[in-house]
Design a protein around this ligand. Structure first.
Ligand code: SAH
Ligand code: SF4
Ligand code: F3S
Length: 476
């Protein structure tokens, strides 16, 4: 029987760039495609369907996608039935340029059309059947992509309801931790950021749908849920009709969601990413105090330590307000490991502004940071700011910051030696026998030796060694 089914299976090759949102979107698309009998393949040359899920956060993002498509072109020429699609943030932001440069893409669709992928595929397959009758020879020069990038197409009768889509889960992968998308889009319009333009306005998933997904995943053996959104703190404000956090009468639906997910017995740990400090209320600190399943790590992007820069970035909080929110959390979780995102060389950033960032990073004692040189993103307000910072200055500031943080991370990791930490084991160490990797409650990577398969286990570990990237521990 298995063999008979095998004959009907098609293969999809997905390449994913960018943030966790894109990773979760790719998993969701695999879930949708599974219902059309597509199974994932690691090899583009084996695929019936190639999907590039793209990111627009770096410079020259479109060029990278176009050059990857160039590499794939011979496959399309050999096999005219091969379908090629481009999704994600480049598809959304630069669909017209893409369609023009690479006419042999079959479908270009944005992050808001993910649920519509099965329909789009069907349409393309139908169309190619018609084309085949008209002309026997296929040319990659003559084709024109189908471009669908309208936001909220669902309201116009495109999409199938979200809740009937089972999440994708690969039984062979033994996944212990999974992202669950809770909100898409962003209303914040930070002046450097492309996300509100590529992902549209905030739209929260109903709580029931999130719980169904969490329950499905824990039944499969997942132990840790990472709630995902560009700005998880504003989860549910659209559902309760509050235009923003300050009009929500003290309610924080995101905190309520943390309580709900915590009440699922099989969920062992909960993390979330990312949070804008602006949409942060004491209700979140209370959730940290009440809910031990919420881990002792918090990614809270600050971007800059200078009030002048924060204002020009439209982050809607000051340095003092950032520290105030950090204190709410540290008061209830003294050992919490904070991490952050920083942009250096934002237009107008002076040496003093950069010093303010350095001093903030020193004071915060982050576990780790992601630091970026500001780079122009088409269509965003900061593109028009006149006082762009020269590249060599950005380079120097980035190096200074990273060098400081490298020492700080090493210092903190060494300070772990001798402590006993609870580790959730996530995967096997591919380079060593009887060796496993997991994360401590504070989110630090820990290597543990054991002849037993530890995947999915929550175990106490004594830390005996440390370097920049990981700790090493013994079972106790
Ligand atoms: N929603 C998150 C950020 C998502 S984008 C938040 O508000 O915290 C991830 C990170 O990419 C940002 O935090 C920022 O540090 C970086 N980034 C975004 N646009 C950038 C740009 N134009 N130049 C440099 N870094 C950028
Ligand atoms: Fe971008 Fe700001 Fe929204 Fe984060 S909060 S996604 S940086 S606009
Ligand atoms: Fe990139 Fe889009 Fe994520 S631009 S970082 S894939 S939201």
């Amino acid at each position: 029987m298995g063999e008979k089914n095998e004959a009907y299976l098609k293969k999809v090759y997905i390449q994913t760039w960018g943030c966790q949102m894109n990773v979760a979107d790719s998993e969701r698309m695999l879930g949708l495609l599974g219902r059309l009998n597509y199974r994932p393949t690691e090899l583009a040359q084996d695929a019936d369907f190639i999907l590039l899920n793209t990111c627009h956060i770096r410079e020259k993002a479109r060029h990278k996608v176009v050059s990857r498509l160039g590499e794939l072109r011979p496959l399309k020429e050999e096999n005219p039935h091969l379908i090629i699609a481009v999704s994600g943030c480049v598809a959304q932001a630069e669909s017209q340029a893409l369609a023009k440069e690479v006419p042999y893409i079959d479908i270009i669709f944005g992050p808001d059309q993910i649920e519509d992928l099965p329909n789009l595929l069907e349409k393309v397959i139908e169309k190619s059947e018609v084309d085949k009758k008209v002309s026997e020879s296929y040319s990659t020069n003559k084709a024109a992509p189908m471009v669908i990038t309208k936001f909220d197409a669902k309201e116009e009768g495109y999409s199938i309801p979200i809740d009937v889509v089972p999440p994708y889960y690969d039984e062979n992968k033994n996944e212990v931790t999974r992202y669950v998308n809770i909100i898409k889009g962003c209303n914040n319009f930070c002046t450097f950021c492309v996300v509100p333009y590529t992902r549209g306005r905030e739209k929260s998933r109903p709580e029931k749908e999130i719980l169904d997904e969490v329950n499905f995943l824990v039944q499969k053996g997942v132990k840790e849920i990472i709630l995902l959104g560009q700005n998880v703190n504003s989860y549910g404000l659209d559902l309760i009709g509050a235009p923003d956090i300050h009009s929500s009468n003290g309610k924080l639906p995101f905190a309520d969601l943390l309580y709900t997910v915590s009440s699922v017995p099989e969920v062992e740990r909960i993390r979330f990413t990312t949070s804008n400090p602006h949409d942060f209320t004491p209700a979140l600190a209370k959730a940290f105090a009440d809910l031990p399943k919420v881990t002792n790590s918090f990614h809270l992007a600050v971007q800059s330590g200078s009030d002048h820069m924060l204002d020009r970035m439209n982050r809607q909080y000051t340095r003092a307000e950032y520290f105030e929110r950090v204190k709410w959390i540290r008061d209830v979780r003294p050992e919490i490991a904070f991490s952050t995102d920083i942009i250096v060389g934002f237009p107008g950033e002076t040496e003093q502004d950069f010093e303010d960032t350095l001093s903030l990073v020193q004071e915060m004692q982050y576990a780790f940071i992601f630091a970026f040189k500001y780079s122009i993103r088409k269509g965003t307000p900061a593109t028009r700011f006149k006082d762009q910072v020269p590249e060599d200055i950005k380079d120097r500031r980035l190096q200074t910051l990273l060098e400081f943080q490298r020492k700080e991370t090493e210092r903190q990791n060494r300070a772990e030696i001798g402590k006993i930490r609870e580790v959730l084991v996530l995967y096997k160490n591919r380079k060593e026998e009887n060796s496993w990797y997991g994360r401590s409650y504070e989110g630090r990577l820990v290597k543990v030796q054991s002849p037993r398969n530890l995947i999915g286990k929550l175990i106490p570990v004594k830390i005996i060694g440390a370097n920049l990237t990981a700790l090493e521990g013994h079972l106790v």
